[in-house]
Design a protein around this ligand. Structure first.
Ligand code: 5CA
Ligand code: ZN
Length: 411
């Protein structure tokens, strides 16, 4: 699929420190240690609705990862999927008497526009599930041969992953079985389906059903399950043991556990990713923002109302990416004031020396993306600059570049 247009990345003097990130699997903040090229996979949208602020916040967190690695001198291979065939998409299309293909295409197009407006660096590989069905089918065929997958045997053509074949299963989330079963049932799993070997076994392939889209593949006619989609797309472009697997915290289990287990069963290697990184959930009025709750604030709607995307970006970065947090009108107003302050400061002819601002922003962001403290460092400089302190003529230009390159905020 087409990705979106990249924003410009202004050069900064020197280079940043190694990025440290919280890893869900080990429960600690650890340094990332990419090679010359850092490799990152972030789970993409299921395009049955427009990008809401929860999605945006999650992609902004990983955009900071991308920017920090580049600032530390790495190239970055960034891969993202689009779940452009899955039950929620078909259900929404049926509800609205819409064509699921048209729905997926138009919502994906809107997502690209939102990402571009928010100045998110685009993935090098933006890959749909539908265009990956051939490779997914071949991987499932391999799993059937090696014994980590099995046909359900009820004539449906459905194929499941046998979780008992993966010794390390559970290391990513660290959850006990009862917790796993709870989330599995809540998030698309089917613990009670008759004929499965283990209750946690996940669907790899759904055999063709009357009235449902289907494709020919190495394992017959049907469509892929959700977790194998991300395992296949990541494996095909990044290989094993890539640097960061990312998404919102609602993907910790089963999605990231299963994708990792599938890939580890397929290759016999471990781990799938070196860091499993999860952003907190954005809520509205105390509730998680989600399609099913219907309490969504869309990026495209705010843009349509004339809200500056840079203010949206700054509002979402004003709190730490790992905290569950709420979107409020006040947060947006505060970000609008902040942007106005920053702009008037960098539009000035002089300000205090900005080298310490660059150092502080780099240092705070490289410590598990402490964007609130990085923003506070720019705030301090901007307040001093607008109050007439400092006579450094290069400072406004440098602060403009720091905000743009590291925070993604174009002033
Ligand atoms: N297509 C799958 C991933 S393969 C999916 O989860 N799609 S999604 O459209 O439901 O979500 C896209 C991304 O936004 C995921 O990383 C998800 O964890 C994240 N996300 C969803 N809701 C929120 C929220 N309220 N706050 C923060 N992130 C969210
Ligand atoms: Zn995914």
């Amino acid at each position: 699929m087409d990705s979106w247009q990249s924003p410009e990345l202004p050069p900064l003097p020197g280079s940043g420190a190694a990025l440290r990130l919280y890893d869900t699997a080990t429960g600690e903040v650890r340094p990332t240690a990419p090679g010359r090229t850092a490799r990152m996979y972030v789970c993409g949208i299921t395009p049955y609705d427009a990008t809401h602020l929860g999605h945006a916040a999650t992609y902004l967190a990983f955009d900071l990862v991308n920017r920090l690695w580049r600032d530390a001198g790495h190239d970055v291979t960034y891969v993202q999927n689009v779940t452009d065939i899955d039950d929620p998409l078909l259900e929404r299309a049926a509800r609205d008497h819409a064509d699921w293909v048209v729905l997926a295409m138009s919502e994906t197009a809107l997502f690209r526009e939102d990402m571009e407006a928010l100045r998110v660096l685009p993935p090098a590989h933006y890959i749909g599930a539908v265009e990956s069905i051939g490779e997914i089918g071949e991987l499932i065929a391999k799993m059937l041969v090696s014994g980590s997958a099995y046909q359900l045997g009820d004539g449906t053509g459905d194929i499941y992953y046998d979780v008992s074949t993966q010794q390390r299963f559970g290391y990513e989330s660290g959850y006990d079985e009862a917790t796993m079963l709870g989330y599995f049932a809540e998030r698309g799993g089917d613990p009670d389906r008759p004929g499965k070997r283990n209750r946690l076994d996940a669907l790899l392939w759904r055999g063709a059903r009357e009235g449902e889209p289907r494709w020919e593949s190495a394992v017959g006619l049907g469509r892929p399950g959700w977790h194998i989609e991300c395992a296949a797309i990541a494996l095909g472009r990044l290989g094993m043991t890539f640097d960061v697997q990312g998404g919102g915290s609602d993907l910790v289990f089963p999605h990231h556990e299963m994708s990792a287990a599938h890939a580890e069963s397929l290759t016999g290697e471990w781990p799938f990713a070196r860091h499993y990184v999860h952003a907190g959930m954005i809520g509205l009025d105390g509730e998680k923002m989600s399609k099913s709750r219907g309490n969504l604030v869309f990026v495209s709607r705010l843009r349509g109302e004339g809200v500056d995307p840079m203010a949206i970006r700054l509002a979402l970065l004003a709190q730490h990416y790992r905290s569950d947090r709420s979107w409020t009108g006040d947060a947006l107003t505060a970000a609008q004031h902040r942007i106005a302050l920053w702009r008037s400061a960098v539009d000035g002819a002089t300000g205090p020396d900005a080298a310490p601002v660059l150092a502080r922003v780099r240092e705070r962001l490289s410590d598990d993306l402490d964007s609130p403290a990085a923003i506070a460092a720019v705030d301090r400089w901007a307040r001093e600059a607008v109050s007439g302190q400092g006579d450094d003529k290069d400072a406004p230009k440098l602060v403009r570049a720091v905000a743009d390159a590291l925070l993604g905020v174009k002033l």
